[in-house]
Design a protein around this ligand. Structure first.
Ligand code: NCD
Length: 312
């Protein structure tokens, strides 16, 4: 989290402490209950405008920010690249000027380039939320993952978390590494050397393991990642079928983890590539719950940033 142009933004988890993270989780707990009882406080963001500016595809993240804004009473506008003048060559900074002129209060940005939300944060008057920038960070995903874990296991410290698969390309993995290590858990990064290079150990406090059985053994949480074919040069893995054989999460492998270990995946899933369908749909899977927590976390983030204006 950084404070640029005197506004509070959520640009990444890196640098956030336990104390910075917990208010989001506590506020979100409330929003889970309120959303379930269909009694969201629609006055919280009444009169505010949330703009979802998405330069990359998204289903869950964009719709959950939209729902979150609406449940808090904000006006929510979705700008996607296909329909905006970004296609006509407008630069990121011209887009920022336009958003300023429209008096947008909260700007949610997804962009293929790492650092794009941070750049916008310097140029717009709005609070900026990073909804995923390149291979850099995806802070709200890590927060919603943490909320899901906390609700099941009652803690975020002392856990062994195996983050498996295409770690190198994953902003979800990076944000989760920062968050879960800040909370005091152990991270294993598991996958083939082409996708999980050993230098990732330099991220600090993480162990790189290239053998999937060993990586999953005894873990409290098995977090699977999508094969990000769009960010991949060819040849990083032999074939998808081969990949599943060596690195896919199937029932046999899951039995190596702790009994009742949680199975997580940020979505979208490639069933039969990184995760077997029956595991994704099993009682140990909290994948659908992650989606529900996503709405609550995004409500908490929008609310927390908007409220920060009133506290000096
Ligand atoms: C992730 C993303 O976009 O980084 N998805 C998501 O936000 N739910 C992960 C992915 O695309 O694999």
């Amino acid at each position: 989290m950084a404070e640029l142009s005197s506004r509070l933004h959520l640009l990444g988890i890196e640098g956030m402490s336990r104390k910075d993270i917990l208010p989001y989780l506590d506020l979100a707990e409330n929003y889970v209950l309120l959303s379930r009882s269909r009694s969201s406080p629609r006055e919280a963001l009444r009169g505010r405008t949330v703009v979802n500016l998405f330069f990359e595809d998204s289903t869950r993240t964009r719709t959950s920010f939209e729902l979150a804004g609406k449940r808090l009473g904000a006006d929510v506008i979705n700008m996607t690249v296909a329909t905006s003048s970004v296609n006509k060559g407008e630069t990121l900074l011209d887009t920022a000027a336009t958003l300023n002129a429209m008096r947008c209060d909260l700007l949610v940005v997804r962009h293929g380039q790492s650092g794009a939300p941070a750049l916008l944060a310097q140029k717009v008057d709005a609070h900026v939320v990073n909804a995923g920038d390149g291979m850099h960070e995806h802070p709200t995903q890590a927060l919603l993952d943490a909320l899901t874990i906390k609700r099941h296991l009652n803690r975020l410290n002392g856990l062994t978390v195996a983050i498996c698969g295409d770690v190198g390309h994953s902003r979800v993995a990076r944000s989760n590494i920062h968050l879960l290590t800040a909370m005091g858990s152990q991270i294993r990064l598991v996958g083939p050397p082409t996708l999980v290079p050993s230098v990732m150990e330099e991220l600090g406090n993480v162990m790189v393991i290239h053998d999937m059985d060993e990586g999953v053994r005894g873990a409290d949480i098995v977090m699977m990642l999508r094969m990000q074919k769009e960010r991949m040069e060819s040849g990083l893995v032999p074939s998808m079928r081969e990949y599943f054989r060596f690195y896919g999460l199937d029932r046999r492998r899951l039995r190596l983890a702790k009994e009742n270990a949680l199975v997580m995946h940020p979505g979208p899933m490639n069933r039969g590539v990184e995760i077997a369908s029956d595991v994704a749909d099993s009682a140990q899977s909290v994948i659908q719950e992650q989606v529900e927590m996503g709405v609550a976390i995004r409500m908490a983030v929008l609310d927390h940033l908007a409220r920060s204006e009133h506290t000096p």
